[in-house]
Structure formats: C-alpha cells, structure tokens
Ligand binder design. Structure first.
Ligand SMILES: Nc1ncnc2c1ncn2[C@@H]1O[C@H](COP(=O)(O)OP(=O)(O)OP(=O)(O)O)[C@@H](O)[C@H]1O
Length: 222
C-alpha cells in the first residue's frame, strides 16, 4: 500500500541533516524513482543529475511537500525547506522591496536589504515585479531564499535566465549559505562553483517500467 513520506524530526542536539530513506516518487500516476536513499548535512550541497524527465523536479517537489511520496521517509519536514521552483512566484504588482518584505513577514524574518544587496536588486527596489526582465525576476525569486531563514534550500534549475555575472553572484549566495551551516539540494546543469557540492545521479533509481504511481492527487493548486 502506497503511503506518503513521513517527516521525522532531527534528533535534538544533532547537527542539521536531511536523511531520505527508500523514497519512491511519481508524477501523473507514473512512478519515476524508487528506492532512493541519500543524506545531506549542514554545510554541504548536492547536485541532482539525470536526463530530462528522469524526475529531478518531481523529487524536489516531493521533498518540499508539494506532492506525496509513494513510499519512504524524509527526515526534514517541508516547513524547514525553502524551495525555489521553476516559476519565480512573484507578486507582480508589488515592487521588488515589497515582494521581499511580504515574504519576510510570512517567514518571520526582517532582513530585506541584505537580500537585495546579495542579488544585486537594490537599484530595482521600487520597480514593480511585473516590469522586471526575466533575469531580474529570477534574481528576485532567488533573493527570497535569503529572507526565509530556512537552512535547507531546494533549487530547481536556479540559474535559468541568469547572465554569467548573476550566476556568479548566486554562487556566492549559496556558498555563504553553506558557510552559515545551511545546505542545498539542487537540480542544475550549470556549475555554481561550489567546492562542497557532491553529485547524485538518479539513473540507478529509475522506477521499473509499468510501475504505477498514486493516482487521484490534485495538483491543480500546487
Ligand atoms: N503535471 C504533470 N502531469 C503529468 N506528468 C508530468 C507532469 N509534470 C511532469 N510530468 C512528467 O513527469 C516526468 C518527470 O518530470 P520532471 O519534471 O520531474 O523531470 P526532470 O528530471 O526535472 O526533467 P528536466 O531535466 O527536463 O527538467 C516527465 O516524464 C514529465 O513529462
């Protein structure tokens, strides 16, 4: 019987760590990955690799709590995770600074100015998000990570639309996050220049053909 991944709190006094055990994930009623186990500790990064359609986004969505797992356990609850998806999720009529203040209020943090500085947004602080270029929107979506105060970042192709300088800027942001004891799990084809990053190839965890995933889960609002 399929069941959702069970969040398990990290043991008190232990360093922050993500432990994924025997996880199976599906999308659209088709099982994609099965028997996946890995760990990610504070201060480190893990890059997901696998061909298009192999399930990198599906795995990140599952860990972030946007869809249930078919089986397995995840040691970190979704509310410890900051997820930067393909979509930037901006409030289009709010300015850059207002977007960040909005999220900072949601997450209970206040550090908007450093987030704008880190992603080179200060000069754009008063511009409505709907008037930003694609790369500027992406910079704002990524700056949001900094105001979440969450230690575990999950990044789905974070560098899409970014120019070389912005990729380097974001690499610095992730490095600083790791240096503060954060961690990052990411699907990316671009080298962010993270010496701490390990690679997890999802190919060996491809679900057997014909394996049927959970059905009837409504993704319409996710
Ligand atoms: N909303 C959806 N409904 C049904 N199937 C979907 C949906 N979204 C994605 N899929 C399918 O799920 C599979 C895994 O997609 P996913 O986006 O997780 O792969 P990926 O490894 O991130 O791919 P890419 O490298 O192209 O970004 C693909 O076959 C895709 O067509």
């Amino acid at each position: 019987m399929a069941h959702a991944a069970q969040p398990v709190a990290d043991a008190p006094g232990q360093p922050l760590a993500l432990h994924v055990n025997d996880l199976s994930v599906a999308r659209g009623g088709v099982a994609l990955l099965e028997g996946l186990s890995f760990s990610l500790t504070a201060g480190s990064a893990l890059v997901l690799r696998g061909p298009n359609g192999s399930g990198k986004t599906t795995l990140l969505r599952t860990l972030a709590g946007l869809q249930p797992a078919l089986a397995g356990s995840v040691s970190v609850p979704p509310d410890a995770i900051a997820y930067a998806a393909h979509a930037d999720g901006l409030k289009t009529t709010l300015s850059v600074a207002e977007n960040l203040r909005f999220w900072a209020a949601i997450y209970g943090t206040g550090a908007v100015a450093p987030a704008m500085t880190a992603m080179n947004l200060t000069a754009l602080a008063d511009r409505p998000a709907q008037n930003l270029s694609a790369g500027q929107k992406r910079r704002l979506g990524l700056a949001r990570l900094l105001v979440t105060g969450r230690w575990l970042w999950m990044l789905d192709e974070p560098t899409v639309s970014l120019d070389a300088d912005s990729v380097a800027l974001f690499g610095n942001v992730v490095r600083a996050h790791l240096g503060r004891g954060g961690a990052a799990l990411m699907a990316t084809h671009i080298d962010l220049g993270l010496p701490q990053a390990a690679v997890l190839d999802l190919t060996p965890f491809k679900a057997r053909p014909g394996t049927v995933g959970a059905d009837g889960f409504d993704e319409a609002f996710l």
